[in-house]
Design a protein. Structure first.
Lengths: 247, 279
């Protein structure tokens, strides 16, 4: 470390145990979820999570293009995660890069494991996640938004899919990292949970943790996911509870 | 798994025992456990380790011997004998592919039309983007949706405009025994054809079309509140053009059968049988 030109590492954890934005170690950033935020899509959602802003749209089940991707016993689940050029401080080169391809793939696979795809053979369920503003944890925000959008689109699935990242900052395990913590922290562990079964269907890690820290981080992440789960359900209830589900 | 059968067709069970579903409308989300009261998992549900969960967002309905979830959103799921409005999405040598708002396109074979067509001449009759009224004839297990254009009130749509509402709202657009659609057409003087897939064709004076659109917006937005028919009638009567416009008479067109199904035609089963449970 201490490379030439590296910026000063900010103090991520105060002596009182508070984080850079004043949160406790086990505290989430504020989350706002709006179900059905778009008109053209079959289902959609908008998520504001800390300084993240993420839009998700779901189309389908619909005809598969190109045809050869179609599977004759089930629907395919295709996800595209994309960051807007203006989503970060320094303009991001638009379009697919290796990072967004990887994230698209892991999110597709996470949703494939909860969607009852056999109900719609030879079709495609397309999920588009657009990150409008990024501040660490965008893949989790994307999973949350996409999951609410899938429910809004009436796609049958095992459960909603809450997601959160846990990390290690200043030597301590902390829930829901923000940008500085992600950049200068020691580890980042995003995960997505199926609350109904307790299974994790997305789990990645960057950085280093001991086994004990990993176990603690997983527990903390599952707790965080369950809190987010409630907010996701509330967002859908707000839209549909009146029995209307207006357009 | 319980997912094999689709919602809406509990074999012969339409309208059976509405007492269960009538008042208690419990909204459930995917993954929420359902109280089964000894019933078996039906559509919109799944079972693991002895418990039954919802798989879609919707209202719980007990319809013995099943407990099921009636979805509030989602694409149109075709049922045999539904009359629907489709757009031509692709033209092939002997058939067209129709976008009917369902998960898959529906092939309309040239033998399913009132026309005598030579192979390869399909595009002289219907082109991409044309709108047609067709009926769902058969559904095979692979998900293929067979439609026909031969029959009363079926054919190509000319003129008018098409608006889309959620397929789940169609029973309210039609109303009990067609009462809603009847009052809309009578007050506005517009000609209206309602597709079970949520597409509604409106033709008439521009004012009449605007009025029907407004009525549909009201139905889609506040259709769950009581006194809907009265509120729609009031909306239509109170709008600037209070007097009913004279009925639009389009020149007779042999290629297009009459679509005036909004007129109470005796023996027309189409709109007189809204799914009984939705009321």
């Amino acid at each position: 470390m201490g490379s030439v030109g590296a910026k000063e590492v900010p103090v991520l954890l105060s002596p009182e145990g508070l984080r850079i934005d004043g949160r406790h170690l086990e505290e989430l950033r504020s989350i706002r979820i709006v179900a059905g935020a778009l008109h053209g899509a079959d289902g959609s959602a908008f998520v504001e999570w800390g300084a993240n802003k993420v839009m998700a749209a779901v189309y389908g089940p619909r005809e598969v293009h190109p045809r050869h991707l179609q599977q004759n016993n089930k629907a395919i689940v295709q996800c595209r995660y994309n960051m807007a050029a203006f989503s970060v401080d320094e303009r991001k080169r638009p379009g697919l890069d290796r990072r967004s391809q990887e994230i698209s793939k892991v999110i597709s696979e996470a949703f494939e494991s909860v969607i009852f795809a056999e109900e719609f053979p030879r079709t495609s369920i397309d999920i588009y996640i657009e990150v409008l503003q990024a501040n660490a944890g965008t893949r989790c925000a994307g999973v949350v938004a996409a999951s609410v959008a899938l429910a809004d689109a009436g796609i049958p699935m095992v459960d909603l899919l809450p997601a959160v990242a846990v990390g290690k900052v200043g030597g301590a395990i902390a829930l829901d990292l923000k940008k500085e913590e992600d950049n200068y922290g020691e580890a980042d562990l995003p995960m997505a949970l199926v609350p109904q079964s307790g299974r994790l269907v997305l789990l990645q890690m960057e950085g280093h943790m001991t086994r004990e820290e990993l176990a603690k981080a997983l527990d903390l992440g599952v707790t965080g996911c369950r809190a987010i789960y409630e907010k996701m359900k509330q967002a859908l209830r707000d839209r549909y509870a009146s029995g209307g589900g207006a357009a | 798994m319980a997912h094999g059968n689709r919602p809406g067709r509990p074999s012969g069970g339409r309208g059976g025992s509405p007492s269960h579903s009538a008042r208690e409308r419990i909204l459930v989300l995917p993954g929420e456990e359902l109280p089964t009261h000894g019933l078996r998992p039906g559509t919109g549900t799944y079972r693991t380790s002895g418990k039954v969960y919802a798989s879609v967002l919707g209202f719980v309905q007990e319809r013995p011997p099943f407990v099921q979830v009636t979805p509030l959103s989602g694409r149109y799921i075709p049922k045999p004998d539904d009359t629907i409005i489709g757009y031509v999405a692709d033209v092939q040598g002997t058939f067209w592919l129709l976008d009917i708002g369902a998960p898959r396109w529906a092939p309309l074979h040239m033998t399913g039309t009132p026309w005598k067509i030579e192979i390869g001449e399909t595009d002289r009759y219907l082109r991409i983007g044309d709108a047609v009224v067709v009926r769902v004839e058969n559904l095979d297990p692979t998900g293929r949706i067979g439609v026909t254009m031969v029959g009363e009130g079926l054919g190509r749509l000319e003129g008018g405009t098409i608006v889309t509402v959620s397929p789940a709202k169609i029973p309210r657009v039609i109303g009990r025994k067609g009462s809603m659609i009847e009052s809309i057409t009578q007050i506005t003087g517009a000609r209206v054809a309602v597709g079970q897939n949520g597409r509604i064709w409106i033709d008439g004076t521009p004012e009449a079309i605007v009025q029907v659109r407004k009525a549909l917006e009201m139905i889609e937005g506040t259709g769950h509140r009581s006194g809907l028919t009265e509120r729609v009638q009031e909306l239509l009567r109170s709008s600037p053009r209070a007097a009913p416009t004279e009925k639009v008479r389009l020149p007779p067109n042999p290629s297009r059968p009459s679509l005036d199904r909004a007129d109470p035609v005796p023996g027309d089963p189409e709109e007189t049988e809204p799914p009984a449970d939705e009321h």
